[in-house]
Every structure is written in structure tokens, then in C-alpha cells.
Design a protein around this ligand. Structure first.
Ligand code: NDP
Length: 287
């Protein structure tokens, strides 16, 4: 029997999720339909799309820009949330608690929101063989993507964490908020600073800013060095990675994170464990 999935966004035509999940389904040997679902940019439309999809027997929905926060609010108000979605303050994976539905709950009451973005990054870094245990990590950026990786990074056993951002107050507010919301984050001492003032030797530096979209470059200090540099952006030459490659660091763009977060969604919905390296290689060849 065909299992139905969607990705909800606006715009949505560019989304690579259908190809990725169809590749996973081939690997798992199951029959799926995975569609892009455009939605007008308002909460009522989003809820209507979600209700229609799950009422029609849909198994799982991914959520992308600009609805991750709206999906979080829906799940927080009536449904349920994973710990990662709670700390990220955003949901990228929706499913239905079938037991609740059978007991008479409505779709919105049985809605369960998860966030796989952060763990997708950790899984990709592990697959690259970059050591996380005890690592000195610098995270540049304090937006949605940065927020979603802080708990998974700490859970992975890193040593120190420094968060740098163009607007320092956003970084310190984020740390204050997450330290109160999560005991695991609260126990970890996290430093914050302006991006231009980030200096010293780190093991891993992660760019979680959207600067790559604008073509601008980050104001990186000459006194900043690392063994490994990761940019969450992908699919174009990235000055951040070029900067550290010229300083002999190993580098990676974020395509593997994209596949990694999708694999975790697929696994949550279907129970099939995906061989991410094989899927990534096949998808790269088919690009
Ligand atoms: P947000 O809009 O929430 O945050 C943007 C961040 O970038 C802020 O920290 C902002 O700083 C900083 N920034 C933006 N422009 C500049 C600039 N010109 N100079 C310095 N800093 C700047 O975006 P997201 O957190 O949602 O996304 C960030 C990036 O991560 C995007 O490129 C996105 O594509 C990528 N991403 C990749 C994923 C993957 O699977 N590979 C998954 C999720 C995201 P300030 O606070 O000062 O404004």
C-alpha cells in the first residue's frame, strides 16, 4: 500500500525533499508518494493543510520555510513536541499519534512535532569522522538553524561551545533562553561574542548564518583557526569554507546535513534505517 508524505512550504517548488525521500523509499523497498505542498503564508491555511492531509490518511509531513515556527506553535498549543523541537522552538517533522486518534482525539490534538535538523548535522559530522567528543566548537549565527543544533551538539559530548553572531545580543539572549528551557544546556557554560571578535584555536567552526545567500563574507579574524570548518549552506562556492581551506582545515558544506535530517524524518515515520552515505552518493550522481 502506498504511504503518503508531503513537505509544506512557501515557496516550495525548489524543495529537494521529494527526490531525497523517494531515494530512501527505493532503499527501504517500500512504496511512497512524496509531494510538495504549497500553502498560503498564514496560520489558518497551514492548519487546514495539515488537517486535510492527515484526515486523508497521510503518514508524515515535513515543514519548511516559513512554517517551522507555526508548526511548533500548533504542536505546543494542542499536540505534542519532542525535546529537540522544544529547544529548537521549531518543527520540521510532523506525524500523528495514532493511539490518540483512535481514542477520539482530533488531528490537532494528536499532532506530534519533532525537529531533526540538529541531529542531521551531528550525524553528518560523525560520518565525516570529525571528532566531537571534547571538541572546542564555535557556532557562528544565532537564528533558527543555530538554535536547533545547540542541544544536539551538547548531547554529542563536545567540550566547549562559543556562539558568535553579528548581533551579539541575539546570541546572549538565545543562550539565556535555552539555558532556562533545557537542563542539559543550562549545565553547559556557553560563551558569546561578536563574529569579528571570535579568535583563537577551535576544533570545529560551524557557519549557521545565512550570509552565503547574499554573497557577502563574514568578518573573520586573522587570529581564528580550526581543524574542521562546516557551512550549513550547500550547492555553491562558499567563501567561509574557502577561508579555512586556505588555512589547511578540512571542510564540508551542508548537503549531508540536509540528507541527514531527511533520513531521520523518514526513519521516525516508517521505522526503516537509512544508509545515508549510499543515499547521498546516489543523489549526488542523479543531480
Ligand atoms: P535565520 O534568518 O534564522 O538567521 C540568520 C543568521 O545569519 C543570523 O544569525 C544573522 O545574524 C546571520 N546573518 C544574516 N546575514 C548576515 C550578514 N550579512 N552578516 C553576518 N551575519 C548575517 O536563518 P536560519 O538560521 O534559518 O538559516 C541559516 C542558514 O542555515 C541558511 O543559509 C540556511 O540555508 C542554512 N540551513 C541549512 C540546513 C541544512 O540542512 N543544510 C538546515 C537549516 C538551515 P543577525 O542575528 O545579526 O541578524
Amino acid at each position: 500500500m502506498t504511504q503518503h508524505f508531503i513537505v509544506i512550504g512557501n515557496p516550495i517548488a525548489h524543495s529537494k525533499s521529494p527526490e531525497i525521500h523517494e531515494q530512501f523509499a527505493v532503499q527501504a523497498g517500500i512504496d511512497i508518494s512524496y509531494q510538495r505542498q504549497y500553502c498560503p503564508d498564514d496560520t489558518a491555511s497551514f492548519i487546514a493543510v495539515v488537517e486535510a492531509f492527515f484526515n486523508g490518511g497521510g503518514v508524515g509531513a515535513n515543514v519548511t520555510v516559513p512554517f517551522k515556527q507555526v508548526a511548533y506553535d500548533c504542536c505546543a498549543a494542542r499536540g505534542g513536541l519532542s525535546a529537540h523541537a522544544k529547544t529548537a522552538g521549531a518543527v520540521n517533522t510532523l506525524s500523528i499519534n495514532q493511539a490518540m486518534l483512535q481514542q477520539g482525539a482530533s488531528i490537532t490534538e494528536a499532532l506530534y512535532g519533532d525537529n531533526t535538523d540538529g541531529q542531521g548535522l551531528i550525524n553528518h559530522i560523525n560520518s565525516l569522522g570529525w571528532p566531537l567528543t571534547g571538541a572546542r566548537v564555535a557556532l557562528i549565527g544565532a537564528g533558527g538553524a543555530a538554535r536547533g543544533v545547540i542541544l544536539p551538539l551538547i548531547e554529542s559530548g563536545i567540550g566547549t561551545l562559543t556562539i558568535a553572531n553579528r548581533t551579539v545580543s541575539k546570541a546572549s539572549n538565545l543562550v539565556d533562553e535555552l539555558s532556562t528551557a533545557s537542563e542539559t544546556i543550562g549545565k553547559h557554560s556557553i560563551k558569546t561574542c561578536a563574529t569579528s571578535e571570535l579568535t583563537g584555536q577551535f576544533d570545529i567552526i560551524i557557519n549557521a548564518t545565512s550570509i552565503g545567500l547574499s554573497g557577502d563574507t563574514l568578518p573573520l579574524s586573522e587570529m581564528l583557526n580550526c581543524h574542521y570548518a562546516y557551512d550549513m549552506m550547500y550547492g555553491r562556492p562558499l567563501p567561509f569554507l574557502q577561508h579555512f581551506a586556505a588555512r589547511d582545515a578540512q571542510t564540508s558544506e551542508g548537503y549531508g546535513m540536509l540528507i541527514g535530517q531527511a533520513a531521520l524524518s523518514f526513519e521516525r515515520w516508517t521505522g526503516y534505517q537509512i544508509d545515508v552515505a549510499t543515499a547521498t552518493e546516489t543523489l549526488r550522481q542523479n543531480k
